[in-house]
Design a protein around this ligand. Structure first.
Ligand code: C5P
Length: 219
């Protein structure tokens, strides 16, 4: 069977960056499952499907026409043939994504699509329920955390680098609200798998975390 490394945790813990770097180092495929929820939210807005229409949103998720195109160390995301790489990264889409992600029919609709990413020689799967639902048999499951303050600070820095004005304290509030929604929802709530290793990255650098994960994989 093809090995999977699952990397779950709250937003801003560094999952995206860490998962990409580990996948690059190993030459493995990468699944950014959050992008699928973000794309579902964006496609729903495009097709004017309201955020409380569960069946309609599940249909949008099932029909999602998306291509992930790797270009060097960046990935371009195409939705219905159009570049959606930066559009899906806004706070507004992130918020809508977390709302559609709370709907069981939407999660069900995205299940097979996520599992199809499991291809040789291996997969790094980044998300909230990679270890608890999607790849329960993964040989290594990591739960990445960091304090909410640190995660807000990182998000702030990221936005500044992208030239986006943002307010640190409102970012912190948004992160806390998103955490609460992700942890309290009844389907696939955000929590470490029973067999996951929890890594707090608050005081770790990105290379330190990448090294730690590659070490764990070869142990
Ligand atoms: O990780 P990212 O911020 O892109 O995820 C956006 C939203 O999608 C999260 O807030 C979460 O609600 C949802 N999500 C999820 N399950 C995943 C990945 C993301 O519910 N595996």
């Amino acid at each position: 069977v093809v090995p999977v490394l699952t990397v779950d945790g709250p937003g801003g813990a560094g999952k995206g960056t860490i998962s990409r770097l580990v996948a690059e180092r190993l030459g493995w495929h990468l699944l950014d499952s959050g992008a699928l929820y973000r794309l579902t939210a964006l496609a729903a807005a495009k097709h004017e499907v309201p955020l409380d229409d569960e069946a309609g949103l599940a249909e949008v998720a099932r029909e999602l026409d998306v291509v992930f195109r790797a270009e060097g160390d960046a990935t371009t995301v195409l939705l219905e043939g159009r570049d959606a790489t930066t559009t899906i990264r806004t706070e507004q889409i992130g918020d809508a994504a977390s709302q559609v992600a709370a709907l069981p029919a939407v999660r069900q609709a995205l299940l097979k699509r996520q599992r199809d990413f499991r291809q040789a020689p291996g997969l790094v799967a980044d998300g909230r329920d990679m270890g608890t639902v999607v790849f329960t048999d993964a040989p290594l499951k990591i739960f990445l955390t960091a304090s909410a303050e640190e995660r807000a600070r990182r998000r702030h820095l990221q936005l500044q680098e992208a030239g986006v004005d943002a307010n640190l304290s409102s970012l912190l509030k948004e992160i806390q609200a998103r955490d609460a929604r992700d942890m309290q929802r009844s389907v696939a709530p955000l929590k470490p798998a029973d067999d996951a290793i929890t890594l707090d990255t608050t005081r770790l650098t990105i290379p330190e975390v990448v090294d730690r994960l590659t070490e764990l994989l070869t142990e």
